[in-house]
Design a protein around this ligand. Structure first.
Ligand code: PGA
Length: 249
């Protein structure tokens, strides 16, 4: 079941998502949150940081969705660095409770299995924040990923590498592979909140919510989840059929 919330603009959509996360943490002080990277979630973390006290987050744990393979952790665009900069530090999380897949492991399959086990040991993800790629990926589950997929090493789609080139000095520096939670891993989260902002996401959002369910558009798998909320600004909602339906916030 997908609940759709359309906010007037990007800041209010991000604030709405921050409110959902804040409420989840308030209700469950030992919450396990799943965190996404990319441009979209940044304003959510900024809004959340202004609401949370050190007391609120004392027991909170976080798991990142993915990490580039082969990029040194110290690289400013590794998701270890991004998560520390945008999530751990501003939210005041205990760094020992924040996990990012080990994209530098010599045995990526073992690192993937270890990551799955760590999520289970933590009790599973209570609330997972997601973005959506322009090709419909969630995490780095590119088109063709099985709905049952688990954490694993994947090759990044050409579209994803082109989209993420803006974070690197040259397109050639964008890593070719990543370690990502699988679609099955993501669907195990008890609640999912997907945020999409801007006109560049309008077409894929419409297909994800209303097009045929297919592995070629990984985000369509979210329609099988019992508690998924999609939060959009008006621009990202612009291609929805019968635009104007759904709940507004
Ligand atoms: P973006 O990435 O937020 O930078 O658009 C979304 C994604 O790839 O999941």
């Amino acid at each position: 079941m997908i609940d759709i919330v359309i906010s007037p603009d990007a800041p209010s959509a991000a604030a709405h998502v921050a409110g959902i996360l804040h409420e989840a943490i308030r209700q469950h002080p030992a919450a396990v949150i799943g965190v996404a990277t990319g441009s979209t979630p940044s304003p959510v973390y900024r809004a959340l940081a202004t609401r949370l006290t050190p007391e609120d987050v004392r027991g909170v744990s976080a798991f990142a969705l993915d990490e580039y393979v082969g990029l040194p952790r110290e690289h400013p665009e590794s998701y270890h660095s991004v998560v520390f900069r945008e999530v751990t530090r501003p939210l005041g999380l205990d760094a020992r409770r924040v996990r990012v897949p080990d994209g530098q492991a010599s045995d990526l399959a073992a690192a993937a299995e270890e990551y799955e086990n760590a999520i289970v040991t933590a009790g599973g993800v209570d609330i997972q924040l997601l973005g959506i790629g322009t090709n419909g990926h969630i995490g780095f589950n590119e088109p063709g990923s099985a709905v049952t997929s688990r954490t694993r090493a994947v090759r990044l789609a050409a579209q994803t590498r082109a989209d993420n080139a803006r974070f690197f000095d040259t397109p050639g520096e964008v890593p070719t592979h990543a370690l990502t939670q699988g679609i099955g891993t993501i669907l195990d989260a008890r609640r999912i909140v997907l945020l999409a902002l801007g006109p560049g996401k309008a077409h894929i959002v419409s297909r994800a919510l209303h097009g045929p369910m297919t592995a070629e558009l990984p985000a369509t798998a979210l329609r099988t989840h019992p508690a998924c909320t999609v939060v959009l600004d008006r621009a990202a909602a612009a291609a929805l059929p019968g635009r104007g339906w759904g709940r507004s916030a």
